[in-house]
Design a protein around this ligand. Structure first.
Ligand code: A3P
Length: 267
């Protein structure tokens, strides 16, 4: 018998100015023509910023109490890693709520590196120093972290129905961030329900959930790295050399000019 051979890793190519892979562009016209409904909620994040975490929170807030056979069909929770300019226009036309999650660039980079190692549908990450360089140049799937977080941040000025959350805040006080999210969504869960959600979305609980840990996903190799990997702020210190951290900080200052957008690399 022939040995099973994994399909080759996809290549990055420029797509309307953003590095992408075919899996996310093949269906482009259908995606752009997506018909949003006014009560749809778009959950947006740069890859590895906490997309799954935010989705899980919203999922429990809206559907946590319901039996699987009795699930309401709205609101639809729709996840995306798109930079803001790629969001299908009907989301804006329908005035949908959007929840954006951002994570400090250093930890985001580390998480993305491990993700590209274990996800065979992502381009080869290369070694750490190679990935480090490419991340700063924005040559990764969904493009530049710097553009992504900045462009979504700026969009809030003209489109106030964006709730911008930070991974570090969620780590620091999950309950407080859920309260803020609920007030944005117009939800007022009972104290008991809120406790259930806050507890249910802790890292160790989500890690046990087969939906959250992606254990049934055939393109991920969990021998290389788990999807629910560490869930910490500051793991970048275990990856960046002192020289890399300095080079990074220097470059960061040039790219992040907007003083109103501040990230924390420790909590
Ligand atoms: P690490 O690789 O640093 O562990 P995304 O869902 O956008 O792909 O982001 C994945 C990152 O979010 C991973 O980071 C993952 O562990 C982390 N994450 C997911 N759920 C979490 C939770 N409940 N608490 C803390 N981190 C969580």
């Amino acid at each position: 018998l022939d040995q099973y051979k994994a399909p080759p890793r996809p290549e990055l190519f420029d797509f309307h100015g953003v590095p992408m892979v075919n899996f996310f562009t093949d269906n482009w016209d259908n995606i752009q023509n997506f018909q949003a409904r006014p009560d749809d909620i778009l959950i947006a994040a740069y890859p590895k910023a906490g997309t799954t975490w935010a989705s899980y929170i919203l999922d429990l807030l809206y559907f946590g109490k319901d039996q699987a056979d009795n699930l309401p069909t709205s609101p639809r929770l729709i996840k995306t890693h798109f930079p803001v300019q790629f969001v299908p226009k009907s989301f804006w036309e329908q005035n949908c709520r959007m929840v954006y999650v951002a994570r400090n660039a250093k930890d985001n980079m580390v998480s993305y590196f491990h993700f590209d190692r274990m996800n065979l549908a992502q381009p080869e990450p290369g070694d750490w120093s190679n990935f480090f360089q490419r991340f700063m140049e924005g040559k990764v799937v969904f493009g530049s972290w710097y553009d992504h977080v900045n462009d979504w941040w700026k969009k809030k000025e003209s489109y106030p129905k964006i709730h911008y959350m930070f991974y570090e805040d969620m780590i620091e006080d999950t309950g407080r961030e859920i309260d803020k999210l609920c007030s944005f969504l117009g939800l007022s869960p009972s104290a008991e329900d809120k406790m259930k959600v806050t507890g249910g979305v802790q890292f160790d609980n989500m890690k046990k959930d087969d939906m959250a840990n992606y254990s049934t996903n055939p393109v991920m190799d969990f021998k290389i790295s788990p999807f629910m990997r560490k869930g910490k702020v500051g793991d970048w210190k275990n990856h960046f050399t002192v020289a890399q951290s300095e080079q990074f900080d220097e470059d960061y200052k040039k790219k992040m000019k907007d003083a109103t957008l501040q990230f924390r690399t420790k909590v």
